[in-house]
Ligand binder design. Structure first.
Ligand SMILES: NC(=O)c1ccc[n+]([C@@H]2O[C@H](COP(=O)([O-])OP(=O)(O)OC[C@H]3O[C@@H](n4cnc5c(N)ncnc54)[C@H](OP(=O)(O)O)[C@@H]3O)[C@@H](O)[C@H]2O)c1
Length: 286
């Protein structure tokens, strides 16, 4: 698969998001493992997860543990796979999502993720979401300490605005390698963050690139040009969407979620879909 860079690590230009395998509506474990293996077979080498991808309060890290098991049971070589996890978001078990960006929590959360992933150092650790009760510098400062201590190899942030991107990069001493924000045909307001990442050479990982777990299947019916271009190429509207994202800038690495081998395989093929300037303009204008 064509590659792109996160820091000094090359990864397949399409990643895999683990959330649908572990939150509400998740399938049984064997289907999730098959989806991860299908993605790896297709050349995916970036898997995005978070300690908060779980349902019940007593299963924090459900998705991290699942990914660790899938990598361990993979028949091929998984040594080059970059697992990107996150800390700072929590699920108390009542269906809600809360935040804790305190340095104490980030430290403890990263230690727990390290154990679940079964690695010496986490490949990419992302501060999941700003906590309005904690100065942003302090939360990112905890991530910097993890980097300095060698517990994580690379540092990223998520759900950040341009000012927070600049602040994080400063706190990290220029070592911010990735920003993960929502971006899709339905949600384009992260354009300034994408542009800033392109300018600074920081990887931009669009989350919910297909419109989110419950709406990804409707992409073609909601956004007609994506369905039209898909029909012209004989591919899925979801593949067109991922190719459109890849064309936005060389720093973009979409992380579509999957819980089925078929969708994982289909998404990975987006790296081979070349869209013309005219097609991209039609999709942009949508
Ligand atoms: N940083 C954050 O705050 C944040 C928030 C949300 C998500 N994320 C990350 O971003 C990842 C992606 O977001 P998301 O999973 O919420 O939404 P998404 O990627 O927009 O949509 C996921 C859904 O798309 C379907 N799908 C994937 N490829 C497809 C294809 N080629 N054709 C048809 N359907 C396809 C999958 O269906 P099946 O399940 O049937 O395979 C999956 O459930 C997450 O998994 C997670 O890692 C981060």
């Amino acid at each position: 698969m064509q590659t792109r860079n996160i820091g000094d690590v090359q990864v397949g230009a399409i990643g895999l998001g683990g959330m649908p395998m572990s939150i509400e509506g998740r399938p049984d474990e064997s289907r999730s493992i098959a989806a991860i293996h299908a993605a790896l077979d297709a050349g995916v080498t970036l898997i995005d997860t978070a300690d908060a991808y779980h349902i019940h309060a007593d299963e924090v890290g459900h998705n991290e543990s699942l990914i660790a098991r899938a990598l361990a049971s993979y028949g091929g070589d998984a040594s080059e796979v970059l697992v990107a996890t996150k800390g700072g978001h929590l699920r108390p078990g009542d269906g809600s999502w809360t935040v804790d960006g305190s340095p104490e929590h980030i430290r403890q959360a990263a230690d727990a993720s390290l154990k679940r992933l079964g690695v010496d150092a986490i490949g990419l650790y992302q501060f999941h979401r700003p906590d309005p009760t904690v100065p942003y510098e302090d939360s990112v400062g905890a991530v910097r300490d993890l980097l300095d201590a060698g517990k994580i190899r690379m540092a990223g942030i998520s759900n950040a605005n341009p000012e927070q991107i600049r602040t994080a990069n400063e706190v990290l001493g220029g070592r911010l390698v990735s920003v993960q924000n929502q971006f899709s045909p339905a949600f384009r307001s992260s354009e300034p963050e994408l542009d800033l990442c392109a300018e600074l050479g920081i990887a931009f990982l669009p989350w919910a690139p297909l419109g989110g777990i419950s709406r990804a299947g409707e992409l073609g019916s909601r956004f007609a040009p994506f369905a039209e271009v898909a029909q012209e190429h004989g591919v899925s509207p979801q593949q067109v969407c991922l190719a459109w994202l890849l064309a936005k800038a060389p720093v973009v690495i979409p992380i579509p979620g999957s819980s089925r081998p078929e969708t994982a395989r289909d998404s990975a093929k987006a790296v081979d879909l070349k869209l013309s300037a005219d097609e991209l303009a039609r999709l942009d204008a949508n």
